[in-house]
Design a protein around this ligand. Structure first.
Ligand code: SF4
Ligand code: SF4
Ligand code: SF4
Length: 239
């Protein structure tokens, strides 16, 4: 077979490689052998072979050390880019514009009760009577559990004035299934969205939901701005 490492060792910049002279694999191998025999260091005597072996071993170790050093430098660079800057605190948060409400926020959190909750951007809400986040599609406009999208009845519907209704999330009941968010995004203004509640989150070194998220919607954000807001929903408003 083609003495690949040996031939490669002989190859130097500016040389015309035998591989470039022929596109046929078999004849390329032959061409490489012939080219190596003429152009490369070919030890003939036993002593020379020993010296050559020692030389190759040294070179192999040196090359390996250089490669290891190179990889370490590259890895350090990558880590430096992904690691938060020194002195700046970061927390995990969901970008509501990337979230596709896949349901994993309800099941992938390390906490028994997910740290993710549905939140409501009231400034965006249409206060609709027929709320796409509250009622199942085609359901009667009645507040019976059978008509509600939320599996835990975590959304309270409150009459404001004809024909407006306010929808309030009971976060203690919310399991972060995202069903209301999907309904609101499909039929309403998208004012309901999922956020990692920082008072519930353990700020794991690697958020297990982020690892499972199919939309790469979860990333680290500065702790000074721990929510990725929609409308006027802000950390300050929520206290
Ligand atoms: S895992 Fe990602 S896409 Fe799925 S609900 Fe959570 S944030 Fe949204
Ligand atoms: S439908 Fe799901 S995400 Fe929305 S409030 Fe109910 S439990 Fe929370
Ligand atoms: S960082 Fe940990 S506790 Fe917080 S949402 Fe992700 S998995 Fe849950």
């Amino acid at each position: 077979m083609a003495p690949w490492p040996f031939w490669q060792e002989c190859f130097s910049p500016g040389d015309k490689s035998p591989w470039s002279r022929s596109v046929d694999w078999v004849s390329s191998v032959e061409a490489a052998r012939n080219w190596s025999a003429v152009n490369c260091r070919m030890p003939k005597k036993r002593g020379e072979m020993k010296k050559d072996k020692a030389y190759n071993r040294r070179e192999f170790i040196n090359n390996g050390a250089r490669l290891t050093l190179g990889l370490t430098v590259v890895a350090t660079g990558v880590l430096a880019l992904t690691r938060p800057a020194k002195g700046v605190e970061y927390v995990w948060q969901i970008d509501p514009f990337k979230c596709t409400q896949c349901g994993r926020c309800a099941t992938e959190c390390v906490m028994a009760e997910s740290a993710v909750k549905c939140v409501h951007a009231y400034a965006l809400c249409g206060y609709c009577d027929l709320c796409g986040g509250y009622f199942k599609p085609g359901a009667k406009l009645q507040t019976g559990a059978e008509n509600q999208l939320c599996p835990t009845a975590a959304i309270q519907r409150k009459f404001i004035e004809e024909p407006y209704f306010e929808y309030i999330i009971d976060e203690d009941l919310c399991i972060a299934c995202g069903k209301c968010v999907k309904g609101c995004s499909a039929f309403g203004n998208g004012s309901l969205h999922l956020q990692i509640r920082q008072d519930r989150c353990l700020n794991c070194n690697q958020c297990s939901i982020a690892s499972a998220c199919p939309s790469q919607a979860i990333s680290r954000v500065p702790a000074s701005e721990p929510y990725m807001i929609k409308g006027t929903f802000t950390n300050k408003e929520e206290g």
